[in-house]
Design a protein around this ligand. Structure first.
Ligand code: ADP
Length: 281
């Protein structure tokens, strides 16, 4: 609203000002729409597991005489509450990431190590699904020349980097068939650290490649839900990348697999002087 008042006052000074302010207004309106959509989506997404739990509890109450039914319903209730809890956790995470004021003090993050932890956290699910995860870290690069290079470190938040990689590996595992492989490769390419996550799964049609990074967007809502997906994983990855001054790319061919590439600016020794974390508080 402040923008608009200023806009009216500077308008006579020249058309350029007007143009810029109109742009601002459109931007503000768009942001407001995005926020409203997000709130609507969140309440819709939360209602699904909450409704399921309520229904299961009610039915279970009526079937109290039959232990087998009670057990089955209790298991479904556990699954629904896990989904609910994952959803709440990711919503909180995403809204923190969107809040520009909530940035942490950056620290040096060893990407090899973050990737190992992300893979570790996914291993159990991968084993359960019969999908093999392989890693090639920057410190053990196929190209011997690379091993002489700078350590694959970035400035940022370690937990967020782990979360982003974990979301990518998790997806690779979930959208693939048993017997396939998810390969994770870390390397230093120029001024950036690249984490490539390649699966041999169902793939993503080119026309949907941008949309999968939107909040709650899923190609197949039933499949996503069945695997405990929230539809927020990739938008979290996108925000983590942006907050670190990097980006995330996608290459895919349906039926052949998908390759996600997370690129983050490499930490160089020269950065340390200027970096906020290195300054005395
Ligand atoms: P979800 O929790 O549904 O996995 P994401 O934001 O992580 O949410 O992904 C959004 C959608 O993109 C998924 O529902 C799925 O349709 C598609 N997708 C993500 N990763 C992959 C992948 N590796 N292979 C195929 N489809 C994928």
């Amino acid at each position: 609203a402040g923008m608009l008042v200023v806009g009216v006052r500077v308008a006579p000074l020249g058309s350029l000002h007007v143009l810029v302010l109109v742009e601002d207004r459109t931007q503000a309106k768009r942001l407001e729409e995005v926020r409203r959509d997000f709130v609507a989506n969140v309440s819709h997404e939360l209602k699904t597991p909450v409704g399921a739990i309520a229904l299961l509890a009610e039915t279970m109450d009526q079937a109290a005489e039959d232990p087998a039914t009670v057990r089955r319903f209790a298991q479904r209730m556990t699954r629904e509450s896990q989904r609910l809890s994952a959803l709440v956790q990711e919503i909180v995470q995403l809204s923190r990431l969107q809040d520009a004021d909530a940035r942490h003090q950056p620290v040096p993050v060893d990407v090899d190590e973050a990737v190992l932890e992300a893979v570790d956290r996914t291993r159990l699910v991968a084993d359960g699904r019969g999908v093999r995860i392989t890693t090639q870290l920057s410190a053990e690069g196929a190209d011997p020349a690379r091993r002489q290079g700078p350590p694959a470190q970035v400035w940022g938040d370690r937990e967020l980097v782990v979360t982003a990689v974990r979301n990518l590996v998790d997806n690779g595992v979930h959208y693939s068939d048993p017997g396939t492989r998810v390969a994770v490769v870390v390397s230093v390419v120029g001024e950036r650290v690249e984490v490539v996550v390649r699966d041999q799964g169902i793939g993503i049609p080119e026309a949907e490649a941008d949309r999968v990074f939107e909040r709650f967007y899923r190609l197949d809502p039933a499949r996503s839900r069945a695997t405990g997906g929230t539809g927020l994983g990739l938008s979290i990855v996108k925000h983590v990348a942006a907050n670190h001054g990097g980006d995330v790319g996608l290459w895919s061919r349906p039926g052949e697999g998908s390759t996600f590439t997370l690129r983050l600016p490499l930490r160089r020794a020269a950065d340390d002087v200027a970096a906020p974390a290195a300054e005395p508080r």
